[in-house]
Ligand binder design. Sequence first.
Ligand code: PEP
Ligand code: MN
Length: 370
Amino acid sequence: MIIVMKSGCPRQEIELLFTELSRWKIVPEISVGKHKVAIGLVGDTAEIDVQQVQNLSPFIEQVLRVKKPFKRASLEFRYGEPSDVKVSTPSETITFGQNHPIVVIAGPCSVESEEMIVETALRVKAAGAKFLRGGAYKPRTSPYAFQGHGESALDWLATARSVSGLGIITEVMDGAELEMVASIADILQVGARNMQNFSLLKKVGATGKPVLLKRGLSATIEDWLMSAEYILAAGNPNVILCERGIRTFDREYTRNTLDISAIPVLRSLTHLPIAVDPSHGTGKSELVTPMAMAALAAGCDSLMVEVHPNPQKALSDGPQSLNFASFEEFMREMAPLGKFFGRWQEQKYNTKSSETQPLLSLSSWKIGVL
Ligand code: PEP
Ligand code: MN
């Protein structure tokens, strides 16, 4: 149940309401938006009469029942206002949300070496990415495939973070590694295969760190929002949803089917920011730009793209990874569309050609480590 307060409602009135509601043995939760304040009532509210709540204060504008099984994730919980997820990175605070520029996240599938991740960080930053992605712990279908460099890769990500100033997003697969991963990540990624690992969701919820929650391979939109609800219910409001394609029947021409329709559907159901990963969504580098354009046009808030210095040699997901030149091309191609939708931030850097791109920071980092 949601209580929407009238604008200009005095603070004392909300405090009085809280005291009264606590007597009813339900947990009131305040949600402060740009224009309004709402109070969410979580718990067994089935027996509570809407009119009885309405009578509690003359400052109550409306009392709504949330009929959907996801409560905190629902759009009603924020009375129709989208939520922003703010993430501090070493160089700036970045906001994911509907009224902000598209946030581009780029980097390799797996962190393969320190030099490779630092070089990638500098190159994707120069092209306009705001976050560096890269897996230290990799969820691979085969136990014999490369599983990620683990702790060493986390150290390399930390170096890339401090050299480039980019925020880091990396996957946490297991509660046992959570503390270590959270000590270097600015955003914790929960991968598709762990979307319904409820014990992991509770644990990432307890950290309070921003979480990118990828859609499960065969998850319905409701399953996905219920997983987000686990993180929100554990007290962490900083959840970003990431559509990464779902399993359908074609295995030859696409790896997954990127569900573009999920973007407007989510918009109508939830206040949470929406990211799209066209790399895993298609499995093919040549499909990344057209699907990213479709995602942007459908209203996503962030794009996550796999970028590798030499995709042919990548230890994982080479066929869907862009190289540096094609990532720069990607950014150039996305810009006019992003501007058309009022969602593109002008880049400080010249991305005309990868050959002419000065990489002074990379060479100075190399001198520093040699
Ligand atoms: C990844 O981002 O590298 C990854 C493994 O993604 P997903 O969980 O969507 O397969
Ligand atoms: Mn990958």
